[in-house]
Ligand binder design. Structure first.
Ligand SMILES: [Ca+2]
Length: 260
């Protein structure tokens, strides 16, 4: 090999290395971000779409018909049912490729995206350590011996730092058995012993007030091993719960889209 050839190969190698560095630092994240398309079906009443880097809450029934006979990844009660074709009437119905009906019981959730979404199989655990719950109750002048109608904690690594965060939910909504002064709902995350509020509601005591908090799915929407999640608030007197898609960003929870 003569010196000229060595110089050429050297230059080509340098250009390739520069190109790869550029692609890794600028190109690849942008390419994923730019072309990302997501459709989330939350139960049978809420549809969220992500197009051109924007979320929207789709309510037009004509537009929803566009998903008829489209394939979705379907989940029920946080467990994968499979990938099936959907058809909409007053709700979503699932069919296999031969148009045999597939029964989907429980909390329905489905998504379609032009990339694979990681969905975390969360579990709702009994709260064994009441330290943080009591701290939040005290801050809001609610007695710490209050009875709950629902209380649980979900543990997962929300932000990919190899340490688990705890998401707590407590409420006394729809309580007929106890005489409490206020109806309350608190949902928050604890990370490094610090409390980050997700949802708070305090109302006068009334059977119709309050919110029963529950989660539909924890989803890695950004493909960055960090989780966004769908949170719902069941209301006693309203058919459709409040539904919100949350993201933990810059040390606070932000609502990306909701059905409100
Ligand atoms: Ca973490």
């Amino acid at each position: 090999m003569n010196d000229n050839k060595k110089v050429y190969i050297g230059i080509i190698v340098c250009i390739l290395i520069l190109f790869i560095i550029l692609l890794l630092t600028l190109g690849i994240p942008n390419m994923i971000e730019e072309g990302k398309k997501i459709t989330l079906l939350v139960d049978h009443d809420t549809t969220w779409v992500y197009r051109n880097k924007k979320w929207s809450n789709l309510t037009d029934s004509e537009q929803l018909k566009e998903y008829d006979w489209k394939k979705f990844h379907i989940y029920s009660n946080n467990e994968k049912v499979g990938s099936y074709y959907l058809w909409r009437d007053d709700r979503w119905y699932a069919f296999d490729k031969d148009k045999n009906a597939i029964m989907v019981e429980g909390n329905f959730f489905a998504y379609q995206a032009n990339y694979t979404l990681d969905i975390f199989p969360f579990t709702m655990n009994t709260i064994s350590d009441m330290t943080y719950v009591n701290e939040v109750l005290k801050e809001n002048n609610i007695p710490t011996n209050s009875a709950f109608t629902s209380s649980y904690v979900i543990s997962l690594d929300m932000d990919d730092d190899d340490t688990l965060e705890d998401i707590y939910a407590v409420t006394n909504a729809f309580d007929t058995d106890h005489d409490s002064e206020k109806t309350f709902t608190f949902v928050f995350m604890v990370k490094n012993k610090k409390i980050y509020p997700i949802y708070e509601e305090i109302d006068d005591k009334d059977y119709y007030n309050g919110c029963k908090p529950y989660f539909t799915a924890f989803i890695d929407l950004g493909n960055d091993s960090k989780y966004e999640f769908i949170f719902n608030c069941g209301k006693y007197s309203v058919m459709t719960p409040i539904r919100r898609l949350y993201q933990f960003h810059d040390n606070e929870f932000k609502i990306l889209v909701s059905n409100e």
